[in-house]
Write a protein that binds this ligand. Structure first.
Ligand code: AHM
Ligand code: MG
Length: 333
């Protein structure tokens, strides 16, 4: 039988390999895993809202029932913010940056999407939490500001996501490979289930919201025609897989190989997805697993951000497949 390794133990063991590690990152990631357990508890009860009260209504105890994404946001801010390990935080749900209390010893910034794929919550389809951790630049944590959040993705010191699906899985990287843990509800722990994830160089799935076809530019339309053509040498046609929850679409392609594309559209000329909460953390994980992530032209991790809620087109997944999509985007093919 293989050894049972909890996520906390794994992070601790990994950090021991680096003499410069202070143990801070271990604590930060453990806090994130703890917050994920709180969110999970609520997500698995989502189907009970009809019984316990609709979001936005008042439940039988006279308490207001929060929408799940806002609940997740509050839980993460409170569970993680209270330890003072982060000097500053940014959430997809908050317009402005968040300064946690007692942050005088915090030397990191946390950026997160508390519950991604929220349109899927009410229909029992997978949703996820995505996070990204940076070291702050400011020498005084009390003065940490938006510039500590607006760093290039290449500056991330850790990133990860939690997928609340048929099982709950947490995946993280600190720049030394990508590791996945499955939640065992009987003991309340995330246990190592996917060590050193390496994504295939190419796959057989493409993930894009093809319902937006009329809003795509000609290069994207041409790419879609190509991917559906018959050609055994290149394994085409690819199969479509699109859940509409980025974490779930990304996770599947990471394990099986494939490409996820959210291109510019007439509705979202800069893409729909957010660079700081979605693009950067997933790009870091993808590259660590041997994959590729760009905005069609530039490496996602090299983009110098100017706004907290900045959007980006996203081409992410297996290296060969992403390259082909990019070549269409750039008009090379
Ligand atoms: P959200 O943060 O409001 O949940 O939006 C992000 C989600 C992603 O999970 C998903 O990839 C994308 O939006 C789906 O968008 P679309 O419905 O346009 O295909
Ligand atoms: Mg999102």
């Amino acid at each position: 039988m293989s050894k049972l390794i909890t996520i906390e133990r794994h992070i601790l063991e990994q950090q021991k390999n680096f003499p410069e590690a202070t143990g801070e990152l271990t604590d930060l990631l453990s806090d994130v895993a703890f917050a994920a357990k709180l969110v999970r508890r609520e997500v698995v009860r989502a189907g009970l809202v009809d019984i316990l009260g609709f979001a936005g209504s008042t439940n039988v105890q006279g308490e207001e029932v929060k929408k799940l994404d806002l609940f997740a946001n509050d839980k993460i801010i409170n569970a993680i913010g209270q330890h003072g390990r982060f000097a500053i935080m940014g959430s997809e749900e908050n317009e402005e940056i968040i300064t946690p209390p007692n942050n005088e010893n915090g030397s990191y910034a946390l950026l997160f999407d508390p519950l991604d794929g929220s349109s899927n919550i009410d229909v029992n389809v997978s949703v996820g939490t995505i996070f990204s951790i940076y070291k702050i630049k400011n020498s005084d944590p009390r003065k940490a500001d938006i510039s500590d959040c607006l760093q290039k993705g290449s500056e991330q010191v850790a990133a990860g996501y939690v997928i609340y699906g048929s099982s709950v899985v947490m995946v993280y990287t600190t720049g030394h490979g990508v590791h996945g843990f499955t939640y065992d509800p009987t003991i309340g722990e995330f246990l190592l289930s996917h060590e050193n994830i390496v994504t295939p160089k190419h796959g057989k799935y493409y993930s894009i919201n093809e319902g937006s076809y009329a809003q795509f530019n000609d290069t994207t339309k041409k790419y879609l025609d190509y991917i559906k053509e018959e050609d055994s040498a290149t394994g085409r046609p690819y199969s479509t897989r699109y859940i509409g929850s980025l974490v779930a679409d990304f996770h599947r392609n990471l394990l099986t190989g494939g490409v996820f594309v959210y291109p510019p559209t007439t509705k979202h000329p800069n893409g729909k997805l957010r660079l700081m909460y979605e693009g950067n953390p997933l790009a870091y994980i993808c590259e660590q697993a041997g994959g590729r992530a760009t905005d069609g032209r530039r490496r996602i991790l090299d983009i110098d951000p100017s706004e907290l809620h900045q959007r980006t087109p996203l081409y992410i997944g297996s290296e060969d497949d992403v390259r082909v999509a990019e070549e269409f985007e750039q008009g090379i093919r």
